[in-house]
Design a protein around this ligand. Structure first.
Ligand SMILES: N[C@@H](CCC(=O)N[C@@H](CS)C(=O)NCC(=O)O)C(=O)O
Length: 267
């Protein structure tokens, strides 16, 4: 049954992906869809609804001790489990991207890709995640936290925008795991209170990547997020109550920035 609560692995061969439709989750599903298209490599997935805390259950944390999605299990490699987006992208590229269609052979390009993926893990993901938390989930509205993390997200996004001034992709002018690592976060920027229109090189990169059929499939696993830039803008148009709430949140973020004298500066 499709919507049965997962309580263990369900495959016994190939890659099994445990994921949810979040910016980190889609890193793994996008690369797996690319590998499927490029090499015919199929995979199995299970939706781990993070609001139900399935990712904290013992069967899951045995595979991914951090209790967060995504996690992959390689049934063709003794059931080896991998947590953390960067490690998942690197593992899949090393073992299954044998023609280096989404990865590199030149040691300096390998390092460049590692740097952008590390940057996503240490910077964009955590800062944008905290922006979402302070803007939307925190029990109290704390203006300092709102402007700090939204501002830091803007600073980081400015770095991507600047880097993409003279190149279509982050490393070697070739679409790769370096781009896939950050795509899910950029795809949710508007929801995080950052105006993508203000970063034209990054917006063009986002449009370019979004147009890939494998990306379209990857961001639909297990189902398409309502927080993606396109869905978010559409809902603003279609749903007045939602739009009113969002506009009042964006005003609160702008006021918080003013209160603490925030000035955009990047890179
Ligand atoms: N650095 C990790 C972050 C993973 C992560 O934070 N996943 C979130 C979803 S985007 C999650 O599982 N949240 C549920 C929880 O915290 O329990 C990665 O890139 O894979």
């Amino acid at each position: 049954m499709a919507d049965q609560r997962p309580n263990g692995l369900k495959a016994n061969k190939g890659i099994e992906l445990l994921t949810w439709g979040t910016p980190n989750g889609v890193k793994a599903s996008i690369l797996l869809e690319e590998l499927k298209e490029a090499y015919g490599k199929d995979y199995t997935w299970q939706g781990i609804n993070i609001s139900q805390n399935i990712q904290k259950e013992p069967w899951f944390t045995k595979l991914g001790p951090n209790g967060r999605i995504p996690v992959i299990v390689d049934h063709d490699n003794g059931g080896f489990a991998v947590q953390e987006g960067l490690a998942i992208l690197a593992y899949l590229a090393r073992h299954y991207d044998l023609d280096h269609k989404f990865s590199f052979t030149d040691p300096l390009d390998i390092s460049r890709a590692e740097q952008w993926m590390a940057w996503q893990h240490g910077g964009l993901g955590p800062m944008q995640g905290q922006a979402n938390h302070f803007n939307r989930a925190a029990k109290e509205r704390i203006p300092y936290g709102m402007q700090r993390y939204t501002g830091e997200t803007e600073r980081l996004v400015g770095i991507l925008d600047n880097h993409l001034k003279n190149t279509d992709y982050l490393v070697g002018n070739k679409y790769s795991i370096a781009d896939i690592a950050s795509f899910g976060w950029v795809n949710a920027l508007r929801f995080s209170g950052v105006d993508l229109d203000a970063f034209p090189n990054l917006e063009a990169w986002w449009v370019r990547i979004l147009a890939r059929p494998a990306v379209q499939k990857g961001i639909s696993i297990p189902s398409r997020s309502p927080f993606g830039n396109e869905a978010y803008l559409q809902r603003l148009k279609d749903d007045k109550e939602f739009a009113d709430k969002e506009h009042s949140l964006m005003d609160a973020i702008a006021k918080a920035k003013e209160q603490y004298g925030y000035k955009y500066a990047s890179p």
